[in-house]
Design a protein around this ligand. Structure first.
Ligand code: ZN
Length: 539
């Protein structure tokens, strides 16, 4: 026995030494010191392919040197900013993050903004954890910064975590809410004191490249509601007005990136042995896409300017942090559908604006006659009638009120479906209980609705328009928000020392990004995720 024990001892010792050296190797060299997660609001994947030859900055660098998933989706139905951002670092669909729409996003009247006025915002509706929580659980030294022009785009990527989270207020300050802090840190106050937004007063947005570099016509009256749809676009002449309208100009993204860089320095992000997180959401592609559409000259120029700003940002970041220690992920919160009147690249020749208001009016009248009172919900958009509300294709019923009036809800929904389908441009009207029985592999629309809602308490019926159709609306802006591919298709891209560059055509979802980053950062998610590791992208 003794002899045998003795003879094994050196082997055990050797194994122990090997294990410890492998461990320290992974900790010292392989784990990224910084995860840089970039969300470009309303970035369609074709912006990368269409403008590739002109992308000489950061976008071009990431696109050419990264692992690019060309068949990537926000695989849920309500393709709005809040649900899209809730999926990025959580690895879970909105049905599990609890963020189902912008109207049920971050607005929170129990908190207030710091050094700014306006509606308070917090992640109180967000459920579950994100990559930030997993990293902090592994190593409490983990540092985090999340920034955007929009509150929901700064808050939701990192979930409920009380970290430095800042967004832009129309008074020209980057702000946060009392959910996170009671005062702004010195570096944010110093950045605000520069008053950069006001310095854009009177500046005109001109084309970045010579006129001949843009195949798009500049005189499309469908753009911008037919008002000021030609270059140049001038900022207002006073500092306050320039700060107020900055969101509509390409330099908003540049300012957001400058702010993020100041934060990297102030918080020493990526300088420690642990993995830190910098989440940046750039909102101007969304603002300009909404105003001028995805086929506009303005959108083209915005992407070129974003590319240049991102190039300067990455160059600056890699001067203070080693590029091999940084892993970058890039995606979008949703896409964008062209104006129904503009036919450029998408196969949208039959696109129309669909008005379902007569159906809703008939429903409201019928319920009022049956004695159902008004719903009393305060919706930001959409339609509220007696006993129901309708927003973004989602019909909610006031079930107790209907039950009290002895209305058979099954027959009501049956009749209502037929009424919706009688409107030209409506593709389908489904009940969640029926969708759950459909083939969710081949039926993209059913699957995307089921990634949004799991019971009929939240959505009695969901209405989907045919691809490329718009909801009739008084707003002249280009739309997104549907489960159709023009809104759901987004870029999914990774870039870094442990990433295998190339083009990947496999089906990928934004919820796959967090688990993939978790593997790279050698951290274990704290709960069950909807996403899977995109193993092919990892060296
Ligand atoms: Zn958005």
């Amino acid at each position: 026995m003794n002899r045998r024990f003795k003879s094994l001892a050196p082997i055990i010792l050797l194994l122990a030494v090997k294990a410890s050296s492998a461990h320290s190797q992974a900790a010292d060299t392989a784990v990224p010191k910084l995860v840089l997660f970039i969300t470009i609001d309303a970035m369609r994947p074709d912006y990368l392919t269409r403008f590739e030859s002109q992308l000489s900055g950061g976008l071009g660098r990431l696109y050419r040197g990264g692992a690019v998933f060309t068949n990537g989706y926000q695989d849920h139905a309500i393709t709005e900013t809040a649900p899209g951002h809730s999926a990025t670092l959580s690895g879970r669909f909105p049905v599990h993050t609890g963020i189902s729409a912008n109207s049920a996003g971050v607005a929170d009247t129990t908190v207030s903004l710091i050094d700014a006025t306006g509606l308070g915002a917090s992640p109180f509706r967000f459920r579950g954890s994100t990559l930030v929580d997993w990293l902090v659980a592994k190593d409490p030294r983990t540092r985090v910064l999340s920034v955007s022009r929009k509150d929901r785009a700064a808050i939701l990527p990192i979930g409920k975590s009380k970290q430095p989270v800042f967004w832009y207020a129309p008074n020209g300050n980057f702000t946060t809410s009392t959910y996170y802090a009671s005062t702004l840190p010195a570096w944010v106050a110093a950045f605000n004191a520069r008053r950069t937004p006001g310095s854009y007063a009177g500046k005109a947005w001109q084309l970045q490249l010579p006129d001949s570099a843009y195949p798009e016509a500049d005189s499309i009256p469908a753009e911008a509601g037919g008002v000021n749809f030609r270059f140049p676009h001038a900022e207002p002449s006073t500092a306050d007005s320039a700060a107020l309208t900055l969101a509509e100009y390409p330099w908003m993204d540049d300012l957001t990136l400058q702010f993020a860089l100041a934060g990297v320095d102030a918080l020493s992000l990526g300088a420690g042995p642990q993995t830190d997180v910098l989440a940046i959401s750039l909102s101007t592609t969304d603002a300009i896409g909404h105003r001028y559409g995805p086929d506009s000259r303005e959108l083209h120029d915005q992407i070129l300017r974003l590319d240049r700003s991102l190039g300067v940002f990455l160059d600056s970041l890699f001067r203070i942090r080693n590029q091999k220690d940084v892993v970058i992920a890039l995606t979008a919160d949703h896409g964008l559908t062209p104006f129904p009147e503009v036919h450029a690249r998408d196969p949208n020749t039959g696109a129309m604006r669909v008005n379902v208001r007569p159906v809703l009016q008939r429903l409201s009248n019928a319920l009022a006659t049956a004695g159902v009172p008004g719903y009393g919900l305060n919706y930001l958009g959409g339609y509220t009638g007696n006993g129901f509300s309708f927003d973004g294709g989602v019909l909610e019923l006031n079930r107790p009120a209907l039950a009290k009036a002895r209305i058979n809800q099954d027959s009501l929904l049956h009749a209502l479906r037929a009424d919706f389908l009688s409107i030209r441009g409506v593709a389908r009207a489904d009940r969640i209980s029926e969708l759950a029985r459909s083939d969710t592999v081949t039926d993209n629309i059913a699957r995307r609705w089921l990634h949004m809602f799991d019971n009929e308490g939240k959505a009695a019926m969901v209405v989907t328009l045919a691809p490329y159709n718009y909801w009739a609306s008084i707003s002249p802006t280009a739309q997104h928000g549907s489960p159709n591919d023009s809104d759901a298709h987004v870029p999914i891209l990774f870039f870094g020392a442990d990433i295998k560059p190339g083009r990947y055509t496999e089906f990928a979802r934004v919820v796959d990004m967090a688990p993939t980053l978790a593997v790279l950062a050698r951290v274990t998610p704290l709960e069950k995720l909807d996403g899977h590791v995109l193993q092919n992208a990892i060296k």
